[in-house]
Ligand binder design. Structure first.
Ligand code: URA
Length: 442
């Protein structure tokens, strides 16, 4: 078999066989297939798509590119959640300790920033000392000891996704349904979760912009999970504007901390309660004849962990277990901070009609908070923090700040302010804020 023939076959719109897909995945992980050929194949998949069978074969080949964890020796039932990626999406940082604090173990493999969307690993690593490169033994020991662990792909776990994810980030090949579905589900399957809540994001700040495509992605991932005996729930979460107020690694950690301590932006808190509630429900913590009544009780129990300090205590324990400096999370002013902070004043009075979340995401990448080339270092301190009045549906008076840019230098700050000014549209009449969740598929 030759990789060039596989690229050509896909370029011409033909379906690849299981053997061809395995040949590619194994060759890329071993280094026999170079980046430029893997990038060409990803681009061919982007344009030509994949059949459900090809997507399933790709998912299994990626999951099997490293070890497949069986966690039942450390916990009887593991839940996981995964977002398909969105601007300001720091949900994992809050829901993992919420759910774990109620005795439901959460073992999770996360990703880095991808294109305009940040990544959980980059966010966690903005806490000084926090390690995400855990060995399998460390992953299991932590899950057993404290009931929560989040790690990245290593050479041991789903290494094919680790390499392809970094390559897609910088080759314009992220927004492809089969590539997103196989990337997410290969990690989930390799990391041994029994039940997975998928937070499928839809809108300008997501890789899928319209609801029908998001439903298709959710159904594709549900089928992939069910083939391998996993329980799946999918939430279709709105991403027309950033989630919460903070976008940027350390800034998002600070917002997650505020939320864990019982404050934080209302939309973000509500989203965490919804996702954590679904995780409790899928773990079987709330059986009820009426599914809606079970969901309501699960959400109430999840919300209580934010108000009674249980989720916060579990978060501190989790940070300490992965080597993070707990003093920095106790006092978020000690997290990395950018030297320059400037406001964007509203150009007129009126209602915010729209803030293009994708533009906010790209602005943060340009400030240094994301990558333009594979393996680039990122600046954890930079980003954007919106004012509540800077979000869709809010009333604003001319000259009031809509948001604040946190930058490393004046030039990048000025460019960011100009780009963000163009991302806003205003209206003279009230524009209703979009719903947080469009649909739940259980
Ligand atoms: N999250 C992932 O893990 N992979 C993708 O491709 C997109 C979001």
């Amino acid at each position: 078999m030759r990789i060039v023939d596989i690229i050509t076959k896909k370029r011409d719109g033909n379906a690849l066989s299981r053997a061809e897909i395995e040949f590619f995945v194994q060759g890329y992980v071993s280094g026999d297939v170079p980046d430029y050929q893997a990038a060409a194949l990803c681009m061919a998949i982007f344009f030509r798509g994949m059949t459900p069978q090809e997507t399933a074969d790709l998912t299994e080949a990626m999951a099997r590119s490293g070890a497949m964890l069986d966690l039942h020796d450390v916990a009887p039932f593991i839940v996981d959640k995964h977002s398909s990626g969105g601007v300001g999406d720091k949900t994992t940082l809050v829901v993992a300790p919420m759910v774990a604090s109620l005795g439901v173990p959460v073992g999770k493999m996360s990703g880095r920033g991808l294109s305009f969307s940040g990544g959980t690993l980059d966010k966690l690593e903005s806490i000084p000392g926090f390690r995400t490169d855990l060995s399998i033994a460390e992953f299991k020991a932590q899950l057993r000891d404290i009931g929560v662990v989040v790690a990245g792909q290593t050479h041991e776990l789903a290494p094919a996704d680790g390499k392809l994810y970094a390559l897609r980030d910088v080759t314009g090949t992220v927004p492809s349904l089969p590539l997103i579905a196989s990337s997410i589900m290969s990690k989930k399957i390799a990391a041994g979760a029994d039940a997975i809540v998928l937070d499928v994001k839809v809108g300008r700040g997501a890789f899928v912009e319209n609801l029908p495509d998001a439903v298709m992605l959710a159904e594709l991932m549900a089928q992939l999970g069910q083939r391998l005996g996993r329980k799946i729930t999918a939430l279709l979460g709105d991403m027309s504007q950033p989630l919460g107020l903070a976008v940027g690694n350390a800034l998002e950690v600070a917002e997650a901390i505020a939320t864990l301590r019982g404050s934080g932006p209302a939309d973000f808190r509500q989203h965490c309660v919804d996702v954590a509630g679904e995780m409790l429900l899928i773990a079987g913590s709330h059986r009820a004849d009426d599914a809606e009544e079970g969901a309501r009780r699960a959400r109430a129990q999840a919300a209580a962990t934010l108000d009674n300090g249980m989720a916060w205590a579990k978060f501190r324990q989790w940070v300490a277990a992965q080597g993070g400096d707990v003093a920095c999370v106790d006092d978020p002013d000690r997290l990395p901070r950018a030297p320059i902070m400037r406001p964007l004043p509203a150009p007129r009075s009126g209602y915010v009609a729209r803030l293009d979340a994708r533009e906010v995401g790209y602005t943060v990448v340009e400030l240094g908070g994301g990558r333009s080339r594979k393996g680039d270092p990122i600046d954890p301190a930079v980003g954007v923090v919106l004012e509540t009045r800077g979000k869709a549906g809010a009333r604003v008076e001319a000259g009031e700040p809509l948001l604040w840019v946190h930058a490393r230098d004046v030039a990048t700050c000025t460019a960011a302010l100009a780009r963000l000014a163009a991302a806003y549209t205003f209206s003279d009449t009230v524009i209703p804020a979009p719903p947080l969740v469009h649909r739940v598929i259980r």
